[in-house]
Write a protein that binds this ligand. Structure first.
Ligand SMILES: O=C(O)C(=O)Cc1ccccc1
Length: 309
């Protein structure tokens, strides 16, 4: 068997590394710690990696813009698809070099998503410290070890990786935050349906067409497909130009999903299929009786019969 090389947002000690460990523990030692999300995805495009694991969204702070942007960067024909997802419970510690006290912290570094989830704690305990964004929480911890900053907000495990001390632990403003990571592969078949699947799409609607967003939503509603996520993001083409990121609770192999995609393709300016894959929570998402494959087959057969008699 050939080995799989996974690129992930590094360096060692990130939450993304935890996601790789959860996804494929046997592959973590050979994984490549990329310096940024775009670099991890580019390694996949350049065939230097067989898979990439990147943060996608967080239950408190929402989506990770760097990931969404990097995913749209290709021409759509690069074969990069989401083939899996992993949920990681995140918890944050304030890490310092041995000997540094809380009072001695003037600069604190972290990933913007980690700052956003520890905002109240930092405002209360380090109101005067300068907050410096870094490419990841572990990069911030590494930079503290190198003497670049006084403290880092990072995963507890990053302290061990970089020989730092824990000045404070469990500093998240909200308990139980979960981050969703996606597993990307290139040129691989869509994973088979499991009964608990998701499809991720990006749709560009015609801007000046009244009702265009409603028309997009109807493609799913009339086919009995639940949407678990809908987010508008600027296309970068100008103010007021948006694309819609959609997570739909159905698999490409299902008739209702194929019909919805056909409808989107007919009515939208552009549609990108980013993948159908098993949900991390394994929650079953069955089609309602009027929209399952049997209902479509029965209705189609009826239409066929109309033409014959
Ligand atoms: O920086 C990290 O460790 C990451 O993996 C990205 C991230 C940052 C904050 C919360 C969840 C994921």
């Amino acid at each position: 068997m050939t080995s799989t090389r996974i690129a992930y947002l590094g360096p060692t000690g990130t939450f993304t590394e935890q996601a790789v460990r959860q996804w494929a523990p046997e592959l973590v030692t050979a994984a490549w710690a990329a310096p940024s999300v775009p670099a991890a995805i580019q390694a996949l495009r350049d065939r230097e990696a067989d898979a990439a694991v990147v943060p996608f969204e967080n239950s408190v702070e929402g989506s990770v813009p760097a990931t969404l942007q990097a995913l749209l960067e290709g021409d759509g024909d690069d074969g990069v698809r989401i083939t899996g997802e992993v949920h990681v419970q995140v918890q944050f510690s304030l890490l310092v070099r041995p000997g540094t006290t809380l009072e001695g912290v003037r600069t604190v570094a972290s990933h913007p998503h980690a700052f956003a989830q520890t905002r109240e704690w930092l405002a209360t305990h380090l109101p005067d410290a300068q907050q410096v964004p870094e490419s990841s929480t572990a990069r911030a911890a590494q930079a503290v070890a190198e003497g670049g900053y006084d403290a880092a907000v990072a995963a507890p495990g990053a302290g061990t990786a970089y020989q730092l001390q824990t000045a404070a632990e469990r500093i998240a403003d909200r308990e139980g935050a979960v981050t969703r990571f996606v597993v990307l592969t290139r040129g691989t078949p869509v994973p088979p349906p499991t009964g608990s699947d998701r499809t991720t799409l990006v749709a560009l609607i015609w801007q000046n067409r009244p009702g265009a967003l409603l028309e997009l939503l109807e493609q799913f509603a009339t086919r009995g497909i639940d949407l678990s996520r809908l987010e508008s993001r600027p296309t970068g083409e100008g103010l007021g130009e948006y694309c819609f990121w959609i997570d739909a609770d159905a698999h490409l192999s299902e008739h209702r999903m194929r019909e919805a995609l056909t409808g989107l393709r007919r009515t939208c300016r552009d549609v990108r299929f980013l993948g159908s894959y098993a949900r991390a929570d394994r929650r079953p998402v069955p089609a309602p009786p009027h929209a399952d494959d049997r209902a479509y087959a029965e209705a189609q057969a009826w239409v066929e019969r109309l033409g014959r008699s």
